[in-house]
Design a protein around this ligand. Structure first.
Ligand SMILES: *Cc1c(COP(=O)(O)O)cnc(C)c1O
Length: 475
């Protein structure tokens, strides 16, 4: 019994372990990268040591627990060091920060839009505190979570009412379930979009209980096609923005305004899935014209849906704006509860919308990246190249190339950029790609024939140095 307490007393405090490990070579990279994670690992291992000692009779697991008292302390330190290192090597979070050097701004596999730092701070604060999420502070009565973004969404789009759900797929599903269950939805054959495999307009429509009525052909749909398809079972006319592809050449589509006029005559709502949607007019940056959200609202659509994490530059969310009566019906649908937006997402969304409201949209990372001047891109590429020039096993070159918007927005647009092209002299480019992807901070770049391209457009502060550091380890 006495001995057990002696051993327990020998277990050091977290700060003692941290001070000791601070001198060790083997801990230096972890401490430099994320000291908090090391502290956490130390805390966990110390707790395991205490548990093992307290329960030594039953457990007797691997460790210095049965070492003689004289040797115990030294053996314990050896065990701590090995276990903490093992923890650090083995179990980082599954969800990890990566470096996006691909130049694809809205990369769905890499989490789409990056939040503005002020927005991220606001999310962190909201995560650690209670909030007025569903409380009206004026009256002290129960409130709605949607009020935090409804007014500002209306102000930014000119809509009468707004609400938000989990993502745009959920928004379309909710619209279908509310207005089209058991009835028909008329869609142009040119707009039966599939996005990223799991979202197909015909499937979502079906999941919402609606029946698809296809009209027109892939390249041409006329107003009379819609008109002829309208019948007693028709619930709505649906327009889907063909965000991730273009039909070019011999084409015709019906504008939202024309559809709205037809809808009014037939007493049917016209609803548009705008996909990415944008508050800003990209033509100022040289993008081809795309309808902004307020233009769609102005066309008189009953509802317009779009994503929070595409061109808006916020968190994953589905935003629905439109006429008051229709928004009210959506809120009353039971499905809304299942699709409802989480408070952290809501915080990220409100924070991002406030940047638009304060005319600070140019600072939103997505827009800052899209509008980055060519001179800055060239400087970035040259900056990376200069950090790599001493590495003899790499051939480094700065050249012009193209970045992409991604996220199904402006699919045909190639954004001129500058890249740092790196070619391994002794091994294949695929080995280099894997080496970059498997570092402590994974780096994703573009592969082009026999070179890895680093596009500065999507790099965030300090990431050029992380790239240089990793390539410095390339032998
Ligand atoms: C991206 C997109 C969606 C899906 O939006 P999520 O927010 O990813 O769910 C739906 N429709 C269109 C036209 C899109 O471009």
């Amino acid at each position: 019994m006495e001995e057990k307490y002696e051993r327990l007393r020998a277990i050091p405090a977290v700060y003692e372990v941290m001070a000791e490990f601070g001198h060790g070579e083997d801990f230096r990279p972890y401490l430099a990268n994320d000291a908090q994670r090391v502290t956490q690992a130390v805390r966990q291992v110390l707790q395991r040591a205490r548990d093992a000692l307290v329960m030594s009779e039953e457990s007797g697991g691997e460790g210095p627990w049965t070492e003689s008292l004289e040797n115990f302390e030294q053996a314990l330190w050896g065990w701590l060091r090995a276990e903490v290192l093992r923890g650090l090597e083995q179990s980082p979070m599954s969800l990890r920060r990566v470096i996006n050097a691909t130049g694809v701004v809205l990369h769905t596999n890499l989490g789409r839009a990056v939040l503005h730092p002020e927005v991220a701070d606001f999310v962190a604060e909201q995560a650690q505190r209670y909030s007025n999420l569903e409380l009206d502070l004026e009256t002290g009565e129960r409130g709605s979570r949607y009020v935090h973004v409804e007014k500002i969404l209306c102000a930014l789009t000119g809509a009468e009412a707004a609400m938000v759900v989990n993502n745009n797929a959920a928004a379309v599903l909710l619209v279908m379930s509310t207005f089209a269950a058991g009835r028909e939805v008329i869609v142009s054959r040119g707009e039966l979009v599939e996005i990223g495999g799991s979202f197909r307009i015909p499937e979502v429509l079906k999941a919402g209980g609606g029946r698809l009525v296809e009209v027109g052909s892939t390249n041409k749909t006329w107003l009379r096609d819609y008109e002829q398809a309208i019948g007693p079972e028709t619930a709505m006319l649906l327009k889907v923005h063909t965000s991730n592809y273009r039909i070019e050449g011999f084409t015709h589509t019906v504008s939202p305004r024309e559809l709205v006029e037809l809808g009014e005559r037939a007493g049917l709502p016209v609803i548009e899935d705008l996909g990415s949607g944008s508050f800003l007019d990209g033509t100022e940056l040289g993008f081809p014209p795309e309808p902004t959200i307020s233009q769609s609202v102005k066309a008189g659509l009953a509802l317009v849906t779009f994503s929070g994490d595409k061109l808006l530059g916020g968190p994953q969310a589905g935003i629905i704006v439109g006429k008051k009566g229709y928004i009210q019906k959506l809120r009353a649908n039971q499905l809304t509860r299942a699709l409802r937006i989480d408070k952290l997402t809501l915080a990220a969304l409100e924070g991002t919308l406030r940047l638009y409201e304060r005319e600070r949209s140019a600072e939103i990372p997505v827009w800052a990246m899209l509008s980055m001047p060519l001179t800055t891109l060239q400087e970035r590429a040259e900056g990376i190249a200069s950090l790599l020039k001493h590495i003899s096993t790499l051939r480094v070159e700065v050249r012009q190339d193209f970045s992409q918007v991604g996220g199904g927005a402006w699919p045909t647009v190639n954004l001129p950029t500058w890249v740092c092209a790196v070619q391994p002299t002794e091994r294949s480019v695929n080995v280099l790609e894997e080496f970059l992807r498997q570092g402590s901070v994974p780096i994703l770049a573009r592969i082009q024939k026999d070179a890895v391209l680093f596009d500065g457009r999507t790099l965030l502060e300090g990431e050029d140095e992380v790239i240089a550091q990793r390539l410095g380890e390339w032998g």
